[in-house]
Design a protein around this ligand. Structure first.
Ligand SMILES: [Zn+2]
Length: 407
């Protein structure tokens, strides 16, 4: 059967939506993949009473291609990331690691994209060389584009050279580097080192920052640079993470998962930890993965349901009380629907009519034990095989061959 062309002309009624000026019960209109502000005829109507609609989340740090590579056994705490990288070298001889890395990179990248989408993340900053698979129209998530990056000051042999990369990154595009990923003197010296080299600028985005001193944080805020916080990854590798409050209060902090090689399962797990940590207010939890992330990564249309922005939505049931707690604290299988460019991509089975109206073909899947519909374009068998907790179900009707003929 030929695929019907997808269209994203729809209006959500009855839900409470997080708009730029606060929570609103006004209808949320989508047209041609973006949030629209004007009424137009012929839209598919979705009635979602007792639901909340959030902007699609932004994951400010991942390495998409290594999310199915088995991690190092978590028995050791390292003084810095360089010691972890050293320890990892022997791990490359592990047969399970070899097998995971034999999976084509294009498949592994799509898996990393799907991992994010399943958890309501619709835009990701991928910290590694670009690959043509990331340009596919049906890649599961949007990506930060037109950015500069280096790997780390202490590992210059991997990734673009620091001096060249910084020099080639325009001041209006983000420049990303792992920095101060450790608790020892090496990590603690890196911000001063970066600053002395002249690479601490308003568009510098420093990933991890565990070894930052208080005065380093003040310097980052004064410059107007940003930090990406990956608390799970930090605790696992280094035994601790940074104190987020000062940076979050200044709007200079975004949240990232890192890859599962060291980090969390997904951004929802990371958010749950942030909430449990009690260091930030609930509105700040969401800012880390929406507005603040969008500002730091210089993606002005992301992280907010504003007219003209990509119609990327996370839809959840309203659990009452603080609306942010209807999202932060739940797992990915509890999301009602994830929408990208105005089209549902994964949702509970009762969203079937919307998929149908949008022309998005689906397959039935189980996600952490719950039935869901997943857009067929995202349901490559080899990608699904890499994702624990996700399983494609037989399509109803296909196996229903009449048995009468046997009698
Ligand atoms: Zn990283």
């Amino acid at each position: 059967m030929a695929a019907r062309s997808a269209h994203s002309h729809a209006v959500v009624y009855g839900a409470t939506c997080l708009r730029p000026d606060g929570w609103s019960g006004a209808p949320l209109r989508m047209r041609d993949g973006v949030i629209a502000d004007a009424e137009s005829s012929g839209a598919f109507r979705i009635y979602l009473r007792d639901h909340l609609v959030f902007p699609g989340l932004i994951n400010a740090h991942d390495h998409l291609h290594v999310n199915a590579v088995p991690p190092l056994a978590a028995t050791e705490v390292f003084a810095n990331s360089y010691a972890w990288i050293d320890a990892f070298q022997a791990h490359f001889d592990d047969s399970a690691v070899k097998a995971a890395l034999r999976v084509p990179k294009a498949v592994r990248l799509r898996h990393g994209g799907l991992k994010n989408l399943l958890a309501g993340t619709t835009c990701v900053a991928h910290h590694d060389p670009w690959h043509e698979a990331l340009d596919a129209d049906d890649f599961p998530v949007a990506l930060l584009r037109d950015y500069g990056w280096s790997y780390a000051l202490g590992w210059p042999s991997y990734g673009p050279p620091v001096r060249q990369s910084f020099a080639q990154t325009p001041a209006d595009r983000p420049w990303l580097i792992h920095l101060a990923e450790g608790t020892d003197a090496v990590a603690q010296a890196e911000l001063t080192q970066l600053d002395a080299l002249g690479y601490l600028a308003p568009h510098s985005i420093l990933v991890h920052g565990v070894g930052l001193h208080e005065q380093d944080i003040e310097r980052i805020i004064a410059v107007g640079a940003g930090v990406v916080w990956c608390p799970r990854s930090n605790r696992r590798l280094l035994g601790r993470t940074l104190h987020p409050r000062r940076l979050a209060d200044a709007g200079r902090l975004a949240l990232g998962t890192d890859s599962r090689l060291s980090g969390s399962r997904d951004l929802l797990e990371e958010l749950r930890d942030v909430a449990d940590g009690g260091e930030l207010r609930s509105t700040q939890w969401l800012d880390l993965v929406t507005t603040d992330a969008a500002r730091l990564l210089r993606m002005p249309l992301r992280g907010s349901l504003q007219a003209g922005a990509p119609a990327d939505l996370v839809i959840v049931e309203d659990r009452g009380g603080d609306p942010i707690r209807s999202l932060v604290g739940i797992g990915r299988a509890q999301l009602r629907a994830v929408v990208r460019d105005g089209l549902p991509r994964i949702a509970d089975p009762d969203f079937a009519e919307w998929f149908d109206a949008a022309g998005v073909e689906t397959v039935p899947v189980m996600l952490d034990g719950r039935p869901k519909l997943l857009a067929t374009s995202l349901a490559d068998a080899e990608v699904i095989a890499l994702e624990p907790g996700l399983e494609q179900l037989p399509i109803r009707g296909v196996a229903a061959v009449p048995r009468e003929a046997c009698h």
